[in-house]
Design a protein around this ligand. Sequence first.
Ligand SMILES: Cc1ncc(COP(=O)(O)O)c(C=O)c1O
Length: 391
Amino acid sequence: MKNNFDEYVERRGTDSRKWSLIGMLEMAQYVDEESIPMWVADMDFRVPEFVIEKLEKRVKEQVFGYNIVGESYYESVKYWLKKKNNWSIEEEWIVPTSGVVPALCFAVKAFTEEGDGVIVQNPVYPPFRSSIELNKRTVVNSPLKLVNDRYEMDFIDLEKKFKEPKNKLFILCSPHNPVGRVWTEVELKKLVTLSIENNVIIVSDEIHSDLILFENNFTSLGTLNLKNLIVCTSISKTFNLAALKASNIIIPDESLREKFKEEMFKVGLKPVPNIFGAIATEACYTADGEKWLEDLKKYLENNYKYLKKFLDENIPNIKCMPLEGTYLAWLDLKGLNLTEEELVNKIEKEAKIVIDGGHIFGEEGKGFIRLNFACHRDVLKEALERLKKVF
Ligand SMILES: Cc1ncc(COP(=O)(O)O)c(C=O)c1O
């Protein structure tokens, strides 16, 4: 079947979290059915046909008792990581979980004690901090630095924080949500050195790693080092399957893997994906999946180029930060000289665009917004026209 990202998919009334706006959001009082949701990280595109076919076939079997996953499941994960990231992994390293965020919580509980520090880099995906705080550990922030409009890691600060004996874990967002950086091999090697020298475990959340745009190259941390390492992967962002709750956590070190699984067992979970997540994973991690992904990335690149050009030409006080990966644009609105309240009024009340305010990613995100452009081009155009009108 032709991949048609230009087909408009009506998501209102489908129990979509992104589109069920009323009552869902902080700014809910301004949001109504005219609002365009460009917030939470899911795409408005239909799932590939070859995935639907496999799921439908399974539905027709009409029995949904406890499932297991066999060799073909693990082979598909191994195939994908080798093909996409040139990382050869062993079957036993793979621990399926029902989502990456639960895996972050298991890792926090498995590898730290209450009161220990866990390092993150703000501005960052909020559940990094909540998985630490809700489990009574301490968030240790090593903020990213903005250097000539590009975010960089602050290695001097990181070194200090890695050396602190209380800090046992580091959660890396690779590629980084929301700033869109794809970390280079040089940067990642420095992190590996810090991790080995100070015996700090790194959880590398690589959920966005299939969505590398333009000429950028992704390096999986697993290709650089296997010690002190947890890598989180999933079909959810790449193929728009977040509701299937299917992730694979790769843990090469046996003792770390056993500790991680123990945290799962303590809450009654087995490392087995739900039946539809398993089927979708096997369907996606194939040559068909690669082809679909290539087409998706072209569409996303063109959406980003459209967005950037439009803002540069029409609202130059909104700076569209450079993007290397993900479908989440990071926009600097400080040039508009408006208060947070005035910005919300303009964007959510007047323009009726629902975005994620930068502050949710940490103090460092204030003055920015995150805009999800994984939508039909016409929807993006309409949203930008509305922004142009109010600014
Ligand atoms: C960096 C990152 N990790 C994890 C998730 C969510 O993962 P899951 O839905 O598998 O829990 C997201 C979703 O936006 C994300 O951006």
